[in-house]
Design a protein around this ligand. Structure first.
Ligand SMILES: [Zn+2]
Length: 194
């Protein structure tokens, strides 16, 4: 059964990379995250062959109000295809979630060893993203935290309409100052789509 478990302590993995402290503001509305009931954090990583430590490409925190605003931007057509894609992988995902809840593995490492959807090990991905939800200052273990492999993100990209893809490219350009050589990342922001 998928339970909802709240963990008091925020894993350091989810801290802001630059400040080494928890995120303080929503990337979109810039409001104080402590004034929000819930918010999400996403981090996108790139991995190079032969280098043990993954490189963080970008990261952000977004309040749930803004996240649902993003969701409204996704075309109906994209939503429908994405829903079908998730259904295809839902058995995989549910088995993983049930195992994690049953064994009470409430630590982010256990949840992010492998892609939540395909099961591909993140250490074998050239790119991946991790997202988590924080509620009342506590870390939520329910369906999230989620790990998304390059493999699954490619499938997600295929299901999105051009309009939706353009919207997410705009989101990236607006909020992150990415050098041109990593502009064509596979892993885009997953806020609102996963
Ligand atoms: Zn916000």
């Amino acid at each position: 059964m998928i339970k909802k478990h709240l963990e008091e302590k925020l894993p350091e993995f989810l801290y802001n990379f630059d400040t080494n402290a928890p995120f303080t503001h929503c990337i979109m509305c810039n409001e104080d995250l402590n004034s929000k009931e819930a918010y999400a954090i996403e981090k996108v990583f790139k991995q190079h062959k032969g280098i043990a430590k993954p490189e963080i490409v970008y990261e952000y925190a977004i309040c749930m109000d803004c996240a649902s605003g993003v969701q409204d931007e996704i075309s109906e057509e994209s939503m429908e295809s994405l829903k079908n894609l998730y259904e295809e992988y839902s058995l995989n995902m549910l088995m993983k979630l049930e195992y994690l809840h049953e064994t009470e593995k409430y630590n982010i490492e256990s949840w992010t060893e492998r892609c939540s959807f395909t099961g591909k090990e993140l250490r074998n991905c050239s790119e991946y993203s991790v997202s988590a939800i924080i509620e009342g200052g506590k870390m939520v273990y329910e369906h999230a935290p989620l790990a998304v492999s390059d493999e699954f993100m490619e499938l997600v990209q295929e299901q999105m309409s051009k309009k939706t893809r353009d919207y997410f490219d705009g989101f990236k350009d607006n909020f992150f100052d990415l050098p041109p050589e990593i502009k064509n990342l596979i892993n885009g922001p997953t806020v609102g789509i996963i």
